[in-house]
Write a protein that binds this ligand. Structure first.
Ligand SMILES: Nc1ncnc2c1ncn2[C@@H]1O[C@H](COP(=O)(O)OP(=O)(O)OP(=O)(O)O)[C@@H](O)[C@H]1O
Length: 220
């Protein structure tokens, strides 16, 4: 669903991504972790077409949607209007299927998005992406600034969509512990390069990744 080959991205003379290889297959849930400035958002922005590669190849299969870092909602518009903006590529602009997945949004539908809590806004951002009925969804920093309980709820919704509807997910997270709990495979990006990749349980047993990102290891 996502193929990235030998991807190089530059901002002026600075190299943000340097030969990145990454795949997400149909129905997979894959994590992309790494510290601030590693190039995670640049990779997703390249998948969305916002950023152009200097060289290499990115390809997505089926419908691709992206929950951007920082949510990027229209604060003066209602929740429902924000949702409808996510349906620009599909004919069906009825948000009912999103209310089915994220029932809390239905009660908030007439509220101004800018007046919502951070967790509610993140839910709107996820719902807006789902309006495009994606086959593959990239979520950039779902957990940023949110309480653990709210993050758990949102992640649970994504896991359900992955398991029940086969939606592939690329979860871009600074919180590697969370990402490793729900994903089967992961890529570790540092300074624009993939420094480790593989099954999450194997990476968690590899001492370097566990020490750097999981505080020494994950619970069995
Ligand atoms: N528009 C831009 N112009 C110049 N440099 C940029 C731009 N966007 C990102 N960078 C630089 O590219 C590198 C990768 O940034 P990116 O935002 O992709 O990393 P990240 O892993 O997503 O980090 P964060 O979690 O802080 O968003 C960083 O060194 C960053 O300063």
């Amino acid at each position: 669903m996502i193929t990235v080959e030998e991807l190089v991205v530059r901002y002026g003379s600075a190299t943000a991504l340097d030969g990145v290889e990454l795949q997400v297959g149909a129905g997979e849930m894959v994590a992309l972790v790494g510290p601030n400035g590693a190039g995670k958002s640049t990779l997703v922005d390249t998948l969305s077409g916002v950023v152009r590669p200097a060289s290499g190849r990115v390809a997505t299969e089926g419908r691709f949607a992206h929950v951007p870092e920082g949510r990027q909602l229209f604060g003066d518009l209602s929740v429902e209007d924000n949702l409808r903006l996510g349906a620009w590529r599909v004919r069906d602009r009825d948000p009912r299927h999103v209310y089915g997945v994220l029932p809390d949004l239905e009660g908030l539908r007439g509220r101004r998005a800018g007046a919502l809590s951070g967790g509610q806004q993140q839910m709107v951002a996820v719902g807006r992406a789902l309006m495009g009925r994606p086959d593959v969804l990239a979520v950039d920093e779902l957990s940023l600034g949110l309480a653990p309980k709210i993050v758990d709820d949102l992640v649970r919704h994504l896991v359900r969509l992955n398991r029940e509807e086969g939606m592939a997910v690329l979860l871009i997270e600074q919180n590697a512990r969370l990402a490793f709990e729900v994903c089967s495979r992961a890529y570790v990006l540092e300074a624009g390069r993939v420094v480790a990749a593989g099954a999450c349980d194997e990476l968690a047993r590899g001492s370097a990744v566990a020490r750097a990102y999981l505080g020494g290891g994950v619970a069995p």
